[in-house]
Structures are given as C-alpha cells and as structure tokens.
Design a protein around this ligand. Sequence first.
Ligand SMILES: [Zn+2]
Ligand SMILES: [Zn+2]
Length: 203
Amino acid sequence: MMSLLEFYVNLRKEIFAVIGGVEDSGYSFRWDNTTPNWITKSKLKTVFEKLINHSANFGVYIINRHSDCGNPKHDQNGSDGYVMDRILENKISYRDSRFNWSDPIDQGEILCKCPCSESNLTSKHHVIQDVIFDASANLSACKNIESIIYDIYQAIQNSGNNKARSAIREYLLRAVLKINDAILPVSVDEFIEHQMVLAGLNS
Ligand SMILES: [Zn+2]
Ligand SMILES: [Zn+2]
C-alpha cells in the first residue's frame, strides 16, 4: 500500500500536469491552440477518480446516499429513508457509527440503480454524495484529504465549456498549497509563526 507521502507526491505531480495545460484561450489569435476545457475536464476526472480510490486507503470515502427510489423495499432498513452504497462489499447504514460523517460534496436528482435491491432498474431519485472517514483513521489527515478532494471537484465543476480558466487554476493551486503543507515537516503557516517568535516579532 502506498504511504501518505507517496499519495501526496503523486497527486501533486498529477495536478501540476493538468495546471500546465490550463492556459487562457488566445482571444487575439485566429487559431486557439490552448487546451480546450473538455480535455482539461476529462483529465481532471481521471485525477479525481484515482484520488477517490487512493483516499480509501487512508480512510476517506466518497459514497452515494440514495433517497427513496420508489421500491417498497427501500425503507426496510430503518436508516431515515436512505440507502448507502457499499464500501468494498461491506454494507453501511446512514450515520453508521464506524465512520465520521462530514458534509456532502454534492447532491442532485440523478438516474441510477438504487442499491436497496439487486433487481432495481434505473430510476430518477435524489442522491447525496457523502464524505465519510473511518472512525479509526487520523482525523486531521482525513480532513486535509477531504479538502483537497473538494478543490479538485470544484475545479471539475468549473471546467465546463466557455468557463474562465482562471477558476480551474485557482482551485488546483489551492489543492497544491495544501499538499505542500502536508508534505513539509511543518506547514508554511507554522513555519512563519516559529520564525516570527525567533525574531521576536509578533505575527
Ligand atoms: Zn431504493
Ligand atoms: Zn440511487
């Protein structure tokens, strides 16, 4: 299994590779040879999927919470009308105490196969993307990973056609700054504070 350091170092490389391709489109040129947003978006989606897979190794999961899909079986599990996706074939219930429940990353009406029954067909229902942490995992590491996941997700949301590329870069750079802090022995903020104390200055 990869270490947390390897995880951050690889992710940092992948994000830089995408940032390098995000240039403002050339308004004054006849041909715009900068990377179109749809390519950036698909690259970011690949980074995001990998990130979600690797985050699970450190106890951070993005998991779908399905609200009533219309199947009478849906409500039989007594978890407030919600059915959760499984984690590696393990059943979990909404607000399962084996996990810390953070804020959802997104939600909306989508077409999907609700996991409340194997025989379900696709139906349109409300799905919430929860972020949860293994209760036994290091909470501050989980929160840092969560906030990086959020930034990459926002970068994807901002990579629609005709959207300004500065927003994509801003989210990606924010993620890189968080990764830098996580890689270094102390965060830049902590370092500054320490140096100020040594210099006898108030920060
Ligand atoms: Zn259902
Ligand atoms: Zn669903």
